[in-house]
Design a protein around this ligand. Structure first.
Ligand SMILES: NC(=O)c1ccc[n+]([C@@H]2O[C@H](COP(=O)([O-])OP(=O)(O)OC[C@H]3O[C@@H](n4cnc5c(N)ncnc54)[C@H](O)[C@@H]3O)[C@@H](O)[C@H]2O)c1
Length: 315
């Protein structure tokens, strides 16, 4: 019988622990599941286990998994303190270290030397170029972007990004493995900033900020306008299916009239820059577009996680 496949997560922080949990929680067709290891240069095994159990607590509270199952999932993750040992027999390595180009380049150069030649090496970078991250490695055909969204154990999408040298075989296997562990992977055929989904998300944020900046509506109203209108449709209807539904002739005439009049500045908003310069950082500082107390932050986070669990698990 062939051995279970093994994934090693490098960097056991917010994303790394969540991604480890995704693989640990998935059983393959033979019911065997993946062997999951996590290597972190600074965080020990106990903290990694705590992080995974704390994520799982949310699912236990909502009756998505039992406490016993949560313990089993956490037990399936082995934390390692030596990188060579953790990746030496891996089929897939997912890098989740901080967003620092130099750090990631050095890591991939090293991973390229110490992993089996058949292993796929993936970077979970949010915004950096996987091509640049892979540039110091030799076998770049097996290096790919896998952009999970936070929290990775809830959000289904993973953007699988083809870097300049990523082979079709690497793309195909990565997409298949991610689907096998229950994610909804999509192909991003070009290594471009923002990949697919963040390009759209930040186009919306740019306009939202501009509306507040111009005094057209306040921040609360902007958020309500999204949540109570097209935001309700989005889980059922993406923008392009929506465009087909209303008619592309109508979409064209709206664009001819509106696009020249909405925000098209290439850089960040001066209002946003000013807020950051004044230390108005949102949840982090207690003031952003709104004022945030501890209770307000907790309530907002709870509203989001309750909503995600309901959408994904119906609970
Ligand atoms: N936080 C998000 O919402 C989010 C979403 C998508 C993608 N990402 C990306 O995922 C990556 C990880 O982000 P995060 O939020 O999990 O960060 P994090 O700071 O929570 O975790 C990073 C972990 O990497 C460890 N680390 C640092 N240097 C290391 C090294 N040389 N070798 C091994 N481990 C090392 C740290 O100790 C830490 O535990 C980043 O590239 C980030 O941009 C983050």
């Amino acid at each position: 019988m062939s051995r279970a496949r093994k994934v090693t997560i490098v960097g056991g922080g917010l994303m790394g622990c969540g991604i480890a949990q995704v693989f640990a929680g998935a059983a393959d067709a033979a019911g065997e599941g993946w062997a999951v290891e996590v290597y972190d240069a600074f965080v020990g095994p106990e903290r990694i286990r705590e992080r995974i159990l704390s994520n799982l607590e949310l699912l236990v509270a909502k009756d998505v998994v039992s406490r016993g199952e949560a313990e089993l999932i956490a037990d399936r993750v082995t934390a390692r303190s030596a990188l060579e040992e953790a990746v030496g027999d891996a089929d897939l390595v997912i890098e989740c270290v901080p967003e620092d180009m130099g750090l990631k380049q050095v890591l991939f150069e090293r991973l390229d030397r110490i992993t089996p030649p058949t292993a796929i090496l993936a970077t979970n970078t949010s915004v950096m170029s996987p091509t640049e991250i892979a540039s110091r490695a030799t076998r770049r055909d097996r290096i790919v972007g896998t952009h999970f969204w936070n929290p990775p154990f809830l959000i289904p999408l993973v953007e699988v990004v083809k870097a300049e040298d990523t082979s079709e075989a690497t793309m195909g296997t990565t997409l298949a493995w991610l689907a096998e562990v229950g994610k909804k992977p999509i192909r991003c055929n070009k290594d471009v900033p923002g990949f697919v989904a963040n390009r759209m998300q930040h186009a919306l944020w740019r306009e939202a900020i501009s509306i507040v900046e111009q005094g057209i509506a306040d921040a609360r109203t902007v958020d309500e306008a999204v949540r109570l209108s097209f935001g309700l449709r989005l889980p059922a209807l993406g923008p392009l299916e929506n465009a087909d539904m209303v008619g592309l002739d109508l979409a064209l005439s709206i664009h001819e009239y509106v696009l020249p009049r909405i925000e098209s500045r290439p850089g960040p908003s001066p209002m946003l820059k000013g807020m950051v310069a004044r230390g108005e950082l949102g949840f982090k500082s207690g003031k952003g577009f709104s004022e945030w107390t501890e209770e307000g932050r907790a309530a907002s986070r709870k509203r989001l996680s309750d909503h995600l669990v309901k959408m994904i698990y119906g609970k």
